[in-house]
Design a protein around this ligand. Sequence first.
Ligand code: CS2
Ligand code: MN
Length: 355
Amino acid sequence: MEMTLRWFGTGYDSVTLEQIRQIPGVTGVITTLYGKQPGETWSQEEIHALKEEVEKAGLRIAGIESVNIHDAIKIGSDDREQYIEQYIETLRHLGEEDIHLVCYNFMPVFDWTRSDLAKPRPDGSTVLSYDQQKVDQIRPEEMFQNLDEHANGFILPGWEPERMERIKELFAMYQDVNEEKLFENLVYFLKRIMPVCREYDIYMAIHPDDPAWPVFGLPRIITDEAHIDRMLDAVEDVHNGLTFCTGSLGSNPKNDLPSMIRHFAGRIHFAHVRNIHHVAPGVFEEAAHLSSDGSLDMYEIMKALVDTEFQGPVRPDHGRMIWGEKAMPGYGLYDRALGAAYLNGLLEAIEKSKK
Ligand code: CS2
Ligand code: MN
């Protein structure tokens, strides 16, 4: 397992590669061409330049998060072919640059959803939080303003202002897309891209829906073991795999995460390991990575990854905002660095106790 950190790129991220390089045990970054719109082709030159920049800093690109999927593909509209072709082109260019892991999500309209980006915790830190009642009181088109206020001036992944301006239009486009249709469109997309994934040995790793239930009446299909089984079985190829995000799947307390890791062994290509604190049904807030700070057992999660011989990159996920840092909510340097150090500690202990 390789310890990594997500990095949004020069000009977008307040965290630098030089800082990431100094976190003990972190050898790779998970990055993206942040300025790209979903559906836009990534040229090989652009990917190459990004790779050089990362390598010059003494790190490597362990994977891409995300190559976003155009709405036409999720909706299954007539113009999807063109966007699938462009996606395949991008995958080919990534493959040529020796990049073999691509994280993506298949959530309609909104990527992850939260009701608050800066909820104070008793220790004075702030975290992202979710309260179903609050979300129910907000109209989708107001969601962006609600979040933007606490975004510290950063563009949040999945919440780009140009998308938010079209929110009503987007909702209308998804009107006839129910759970079944969305699933069919995902399978169609996966079947179309599998040949290029096999050719270049690219592992696709779908990110679970966050939170793991339908929001604003929009369908969500990557939420629990049964749904994920269905998706993996529909395209039975190791290149069709999963990002195991403990915070997203863990938003539903019914998801038994260590058991799911064992169940999906071999199809998990990327792990996001973070803790959350369940407050009440439909209400949760993010926490420090430490087990005792939240509701998830981080030791059992890491142990399941080690036991199943997970070989891919792992990264701490959303961190708290601490020590006065001003960064993209969830993606500051300090708490994620603490998270990486903690996860590395667990790993060392688990591995040594096995000998
Ligand atoms: C989130 C998402 O949980 C997470 O990692 O921050 O933005 C996630 O990166 C995307 O949904 C993946 O496509
Ligand atoms: Mn995640």
